[in-house]
Design a protein around this ligand. Structure first.
Ligand code: UD1
Length: 369
């Protein structure tokens, strides 16, 4: 699908079910390699990144099949390669999780540099630092490939200089079968980090503290298969919440964990939007024009950077002037040009955008990133 035609101007009304979390499943699927057994993963979202990760698992020798629309059965006992080529990874950031899992399983990994969205510079120095502290030798001499030799992984103290989701996950993956205790300090606390830790613990790992900034991992010799259900996607849920508000609609968003949405809920309430939380659903209703507010993105439990474009869009039709500051990525306002084509009044200055709310946006051809 290259083009999507949208006839706007209608309030969104009704109910919608949220899928499993993309950023959780993309860590959990490669983590299944550690089981050398059969894992059944439920609530798998139907997205192209999952299809790509499944293809990579196949190419590494795993047997993967859907047993229903959202449930994957993965037998990783047959995985027999630690090489992931550029062809396999070029469109996907999360391919770097294969480094952590493959060194943990085989003591070696040869993985092409990851692809993924362009939010500015995306270094992986903190991942590499963690692997090295656990006893790996990392070599970049082969063009665009990361070669890691990790014959004797052993636990260590890893202080992350930057709160990084990817580095926290990758060090956890490398540490679960390393000898002794690994401590990750200044760890990321995102819900998908807790989800990965819960999955690994269901396979027999010994991980404590996920969801706080100190994670302790005691290495175990062996992990086994399990059945596990992925958490709902915080960003998909948040996107529906903002869409309900932006169109002055009323939407019941189902299959969510309201706790994961607190920072988004707080900002919508500040904009005068009605939000009501239930056990596993959330109702968003908006009758008038949203009010202005300022937003700064931060690592969890701060406002998520992946919700920044959606919220800027909402604020572009809010009453008054809002400022959105990006606290995670260097270059995350590229989409603003497209909003300008629709009549928004936004000025970007480095990592902050000043938004003068307009009455409404107009239909226009726009380009997705
Ligand atoms: C993940 C998410 C992405 C989200 C981001 C922040 C996945 C597949 N993607 O990306 O959608 O926007 O978290 O919530 O889960 N950094 C370093 N060195 C490193 C690693 C990161 O300097 O070794 C910097 C990055 O440039 C960035 C910040 O740390 O400025 C956060 O990055 P990180 O949390 O690692 O993002 P990802 O895991 O790549």
């Amino acid at each position: 699908m290259d083009k999507i035609f949208i006839n706007g101007g209608n309030p969104l009304k009704g109910e919608v079910n949220v899928s499993g979390a993309k950023n959780a499943v993309l860590a959990i699927l490669p983590a299944a390699i550690l089981a050398q057994d059969v894992c059944v993963i439920e609530n798998v979202p139907d997205i192209s990144d999952v299809a790509m990760m499944v293809r990579i698992l196949h190419q590494l020798g795993a047997r993967v099949k859907y047993i229903n629309d959202n449930t994957l059965e993965i037998d990783t006992s047959t995985v027999n390669s630690y090489v992931v080529t550029h062809e396999m990874t070029k469109h996907m950031r999360a391919s770097y999780y294969l480094i952590g899992t493959l060194i943990s399983r085989f003591g070696r990994a040869k993985v092409a540099m990851p692809g993924g969205c362009n939010f500015g510079v995306r270094p992986i120095d903190q991942h590499i630092k963690g692997f090295e502290i656990l006893g790996s030798v990392v070599d970049f001499r082969e063009n665009a490939m990361i070669n890691v030799n990790a014959e004797n992984l052993s636990g260590g103290f890893v202080y992350l200089d930057i709160v990084s989701v990817g580095a926290t996950i990758n060090v956890m993956l490398a540490a679960v079968r390393a000898k002794g205790l690994t401590v990750i300090e200044n760890a990321a606390k995102e819900p998908h980090i807790v989800d990965l830790a819960n999955f690994l613990n269901s396979m027999g790992a010994d991980i404590r503290g996920a969801g706080t900034d100190v994670i302790k991992i005691k290495g175990v010799d062996h992990l086994h298969g399990c059945t596990y259900s992925i958490i709902p996607d915080q960003i998909e849920a948040g996107t529906f919440m903002v869409a309900a508000a932006a169109t002055r609609g009323e939407v019941l968003i189902k299959n969510v964990i309201p706790k994961h949405l607190e920072s988004i809920t707080a900002k919508l309430l500040q904009c005068g939007v009605y939000v009501e939380e239930f056990d596993d659903s959330i109702l968003v209703k908006c009758t008038g024009r949203p009010k202005r507010c300022n937003v700064k993105t931060m690592p969890h439990p701060g406002f998520p950077t992946d919700m920044q474009p959606q919220f800027t869009t909402l604020l572009s039709i809010a009453e008054g002037t809002s400022i959105v500051s990006e606290g995670v990525w260097d270059n995350r306002f590229q989409y603003v040009d497209q909003l300008l084509r629709m009549g928004a009044n936004i000025t970007v200055n480095g990592k902050a955008a000043t938004i003068e709310g307009v009455e409404h946006l107009n239909g226009s051809p726009v380009k997705g990133g």
